[in-house]
Design a protein around this ligand. Structure first.
Ligand code: GUN
Length: 378
């Protein structure tokens, strides 16, 4: 067993695991969802709301964005990202290469890394293993991600082989850099990212090559890049079993509530997704009967909370009619209250999943949870 990750219970019927991951800013109970705070803020919420009302245990930040603005040296000089944004819980940061490719202008990938023009002012920027590990050390991330090459979907097998091989080389370089600069070894973690697109043999190869390098944790990348949901789940299931059992596993950028339950059953421990916070800004909210939109006229005179009996600040204090009024009037409090509800809904689902794994009835519970949710979406 690894020192920083404790497997508390393994589900007898599925691959689900109940675990505990120790970080420099406290322990994380898994399975867990991590709210996304790309720009050193979970949009619309104060850190106190994120902690006390949402119940988040860990949040995400992003190397790509924070390096461009305000710059990682400024954040380092301000005492690190935790102090800069006044969040004292754990922070995981993505490495930035993936975003450089999807967001920047004119990005060019070479063996050294990704050269691109900033989407903000067109300035030339380069991110390779040394840059991403230095930036994440400046930020003081509890969990830093390696730089990886995420092939597009679909892609040719030859190109995917090259991406998998480069991803392993870059992971190795990142680990060496983080060891030499003292980041690893002082309680910070670095997670590797497995790729392989839709090719099951390459998914396995990527997972096994990275497992060999003995990282503190592992992510499954290259999912949710345009493939249909069954394909996404197939890729997660083709990767997870080949990652070390005694290390945390994280799928990047996913998912919906049913997808997360299915991935927990496949042995995944950590998730992040912009979905709950992004859709809240458009009036959507989560319920056990699916996602609804508060703009719908049927909520105009509805004096019930978003979810009856749900214990969060939004549901305890506000009616659907009031929240619809705020949304229609484009009041910013609507974004705050719906974001708070949606993130709490996600965190609460993870809490239920943990309890069911511990109780030994995860499989039955999750099947009926998904059935009700999907029936409500129809
Ligand atoms: N976020 C979502 N998918 C990915 C991925 O494949 N790699 C990285 N680095 N970040 C991601």
């Amino acid at each position: 067993m690894s020192e920083h990750f404790q497997l508390i219970k393994k589900d007898a019927e599925t691959g689900a695991r109940r675990g505990r991951l120790k970080t420099l800013h406290g322990a994380i109970e898994t399975p867990i969802f991590m709210p996304v705070g790309t720009q050193a803020t979970v949009k619309g919420l104060t850190p106190r709301q994120i902690k006390e009302d949402v119940g988040a245990q860990i949040i995400l930040g992003n190397t790509y964005h924070l390096n461009l603005r305000p710059g990682s040296e400024l954040i380092r000089d301000a005492g690190g990202l935790h102090k800069f944004m006044s969040w004292d819980g754990p922070i995981l940061t993505d490495s930035g290469g993936f975003q450089a490719f999807s967001l920047a202008k004119l990005s060019k990938l070479t063996e050294e890394g990704v050269a691109f023009q900033s989407h903000l002012d067109g300035s030339k920027v380069f991110l390779g293993p040394r840059e991403v590990m230095t930036i994440q050390a400046n930020l003081g991330s509890d969990i830093a991600m390696v730089i990886d090459e995420c092939p597009p979907y679909p892609c040719k097998k030859d190109d995917c082989v090259k991406a998998v091989e480069r991803t392993t080389r870059w992971a190795k370089a990142c680990k060496e850099i983080a060891t030499d600069n003292g980041f690893l070894g002082s309680g910070h973690h670095v997670f590797a990212i497995a790729q392989g697109s839709e090719f099951e043999d390459l998914r396995r190869r990527s997972a096994e090559e990275l497992a060999e390098l003995d990282f503190p944790g592992y992510a499954i990348g290259g999912v949710s890049v345009g493939e249909p949901e069954p394909e996404m789940l197939k890729q997660v299931r083709a990767t997870a079993p080949f990652l070390p059992e005694d290390k945390p596993r994280y799928t990047m950028g996913l998912g919906t509530p049913p997808q997360m339950l299915k991935m927990i059953a496949a042995g995944v421990d950590m998730f992040d997704c912009v979905l709950p916070s992004r859709v809240a800004r458009n009036g959507a909210f989560f319920t056990p009967d699916g996602m609804k939109n508060i703009r719908n006229s049927r909520f105009a005179t509805d004096l019930k909370p978003l979810v009856v009996g749900m214990e969060n600040y939004t549901c305890r204090n506000f009616t659907r009619a009031y929240l619809r009024h705020l949304t229609m009037a484009k009041e910013m409090l609507s974004c705050t209250l719906l974001t708070l509800h949606n993130l709490h809904f996600y965190l609460n689902l993870m809490e239920q999943a943990r309890a069911r794994i511990e109780a030994g009835d995860f499989s039955r519970w999750s099947a009926s949870w998904i059935e009700r949710y999907e029936a409500g979406e129809k």
